[in-house]
Design a protein around this ligand. Structure first.
Ligand code: ADP
Ligand code: MG
Length: 243
């Protein structure tokens, strides 16, 4: 029997939904999945195969927010993409909601290892903040694109904007990043890669923007970290040319 507040691991075949580490694993490897898409999986796993209505999902995953149906669909698509060959486990009940199919076992989480983010990296300072440049003028005519991009970055871990130079990629990315970064405990950070000549410099450019010391291990006395405390929202600006 699980106690209230337990963060168990749900397992079905080769899939595991680990609520303590906030990981979806397939064959033991963590699969990239956006934070809110994971929360949808969490709610569905806890429902143990029962239908979760669209309203209930929206209330649980976006409490107090007005959510468009399209946003839910974008996140359901992200869950399916993350599940890969097991995408069929997410069942849409047309017009009603979603349920998670399959036989799932529930086992308590044994905190043998701290979450990956805490083992690998530790900030030298409190990081909550941002280095985004201030917005000088509002974007003109990009409201649909902003909403779409906002949905995508909440559903997926990595989103790429491509297009010809000057079309407005950086401006759009920064506008959305200013809003989304505030939702992350570690803040939102801009990493500029355009001036780098060597791909090997990318990790140190990212670490520099985050003011991290690479490879630093925290002392064991460090207490549990607040939810999402080692999550940052990164906006990486790059420029490449094809000849
Ligand atoms: N929707 C927009 N409204 C107003 N200015 C914009 C808009 N999109 C881009 N710009 C401006 O156009 C210029 C080029 O945009 P930028 O985002 O740098 O393009 P890209 O990153 O695609 O090369 C910048 O000065 C930017 O502020
Ligand atoms: Mg740009």
């Amino acid at each position: 029997m699980l106690a209230a507040g337990d963060r168990p691991v749900y397992a079905s075949g080769e899939c595991e939904i680990d609520l303590a580490r906030r990981e979806l694993r397939i064959l033991g490897s963590a699969v990239p999945i956006g934070g809110r898409a994971f929360e949808i999986l969490e709610v569905l796993a806890q429902a143990a195969g029962e239908l979760v209505t669209k309203d209930e999902l929206m209330n649980r995953v976006w409490p107090g927010a007005v959510v468009m149906e399209n946003t839910l669909q974008v996140h359901a698509a992200a869950v399916r993409k993350a599940l890969g060959p097991y995408r069929g486990l997410l069942k849409t009940e047309s017009g009603r909601g979603y349920r998670l199919l399959g036989e799932w076992t529930v086992r308590p989480y044994h905190a043998a290892r701290p979450p990956v983010g805490l083992r690998q990296l530790r900030a030298t300072d409190e990081l909550a903040g941002t280095n985004f440049p201030a917005s000088l003028t509002p974007l003109i005519g990009r409201s649909a694109a902003q909403q779409r991009l906002h949905d995508l970055v909440s559903a997926y871990r990595v989103v790429t904007l491509t297009g010809p130079g000057g079309i407005g990629k950086t401006a759009l990315a920064l506008e959305v990043a200013r809003r989304v970064g505030a939702e992350f405990a570690g803040g939102g950070w801009l990493v500029e890669l355009a001036s780098l000549s060597d791909p090997d410099l990318v990790p140190s450019a990212v670490a520099g923007a985050l003011r991290l010391r690479l490879g630093y291990l925290p002392k064991p006395s460090h207490g549990p970290s607040p939810k999402r405390s080692c999550c940052w929202f990164l906006t990486i600006v790059n420029m490449s040319s094809t000849r």
